[in-house]
Write a protein that binds this ligand. Structure first.
Ligand code: SF4
Length: 188
């Protein structure tokens, strides 16, 4: 009996709360676009109909840090601007992720200048660096997929009364996972 048949017949499926939360997080990332210079044009193409980031569930560009969980920094960051970038990052709720798009953002690029930050990892925790000047929209899509994989690998932890952390013991895999069901629906 196939998965869809199983769900249709039994009317439910089993999974873990952790898997459900991870699936929801990775399937609905809301980017906060920070298009500071020319890389922003490629970021716009990433969201446009040709490259269509909505295939990955991340098309809801919020332009408000309080409603976003994925910061995409696209462009040359000067020291003067870095305070603004950091403030926007701080205003985003946890959990949140950061993509450094382009060589300028990742390393300062060709701007070996006193005014340009030589990589935003000097003041932000970066999850994925995207090389290129400018990177193609496909590269940004790949970065998004890396973030989704990273979310998938995350494990919940428990912080006890003494402040010690420990991992939640792994539970046996459920007989039917949400990914399996979604995959079967997509293929049918
Ligand atoms: S990496 Fe190239 S395209 Fe991107 S902001 Fe720097 S100079 Fe512009």
């Amino acid at each position: 009996m196939g998965l869809i048949e199983t769900v249709e017949r039994q009317g439910f499926l089993t999974t873990t709360v952790e898997d459900l939360v991870k699936w929801a997080r990775k399937s609905a990332l809301w980017p906060m676009p920070l298009g500071i210079s020319c890389c922003a044009i490629e970021m716009m193409a990433f969201a446009g109909p040709k490259f269509d980031v909505s295939r990955f569930g991340a098309e809801v560009f919020r332009f408000s840090p309080r409603q976003s969980d994925l910061l995409i920094v696209a462009g040359t960051v000067t020291y003067k601007m870095s305070w603004v970038v950091r403030k926007i990052y701080d205003q985003m709720p946890d959990p949140k992720w950061v993509i450094a798009m382009g060589v300028c953002t990742s390393t300062g690029g060709m701007y070996r200048s006193y005014s340009v930050v030589q990589g935003i990892d000097q003041f932000l925790p970066v999850d994925v660096y995207v090389g290129g000047c400018p990177p193609r929209p496909e590269s940004l899509l790949k970065a998004l997929m890396f973030i989704q994989e990273k979310i998938d690998r995350e494990r919940a932890i428990i912080i006890d009364e003494q402040g010690e952390t420990r991992e939640i013991p792994k539970v046996p895999q459920p007989p039917v996972s949400i990914e399996d069901v979604v995959q079967e629906i997509v293929e049918s």
